[in-house]
Design a protein around this ligand. Sequence first.
Ligand SMILES: [Fe+2]
Length: 297
Amino acid sequence: MKKQKKILITALIVIVFAVYFIEGYISNHCLTVSSYETEYEQLPEEFDGFTIVNVADLHNALFGEGNSQLLEQIDKAQPDIVVLGGDMMSYGTVNFKRVFLLMEKLAEKYEVYYIFGNHEQNIRVANMLYVIQEAERMGINVMLNDSVAIERNGEKIMLHGLCQYKKSYRDPYYREPSYYEFSLEEMNEMLGSASDEYVDVLLAHNPLYFDIYSEWGADLVLSGHIHGGLWRIPVIDKGLVSPNEEIFPEYDAGEYIKNQAHLIVSRGLGGGSVIKPRLFNRPDLVVVTLTSGNPSN
Ligand SMILES: [Fe+2]
């Protein structure tokens, strides 16, 4: 009986480790695409079907040689613009070759807009300036609290790139206080007002303040940062923990709607490691298509 118990416990340990490593491998390497459609009555005809790809939280991950698999999936989506949604590298990165190669390939084909995540904000200042300089040399629009109008045949939508204070992330690793609340006043100081007339697309790495983004007047918010909760609980499909160590974070992945605003949170593409892999949480490329809901367009 004792021997049988020993065998059973050993078998259980082997199964747990096997799942951990096999699922860890899948969740760190097998790319998936999440597609969404968001509808706006006021969307001009020229933008019906306008497609945005969000490359979020890459953290230097590689999908095929030269990120060929990632590029292939982006090409398949036939985007009108590509967004680099923050944390393309990690705070300790000193070699940017891999990320720059991907950015260069994207910039050759697409209009690319880049917002910073907390990791870009935490790399050495000289490196941060280097990243900005290289991105701009490639023709990428680095949006550090900037707004631009995207125009098509005289019609337009607005694109806003938010770069919040580092303390907004409430990350205990950087000794950021957990009580900090981003406010509407700060948002207005950073970006000015949202437009009344046009569809306002907000790029905000951190989804934590969706209430504020919605109150500000965003129609579509593209976020990441939470990495899908790193480990997702199968069946209920809920993320376990956020980078600010919140258990079962509210905005962990997918689409959320508040008033007029749609928030789409990418589970991110990287952010796992051998010791702390993503689990049941495949790398996530987000594709969003804007529609007017008018079948005659
Ligand atoms: Fe982040």
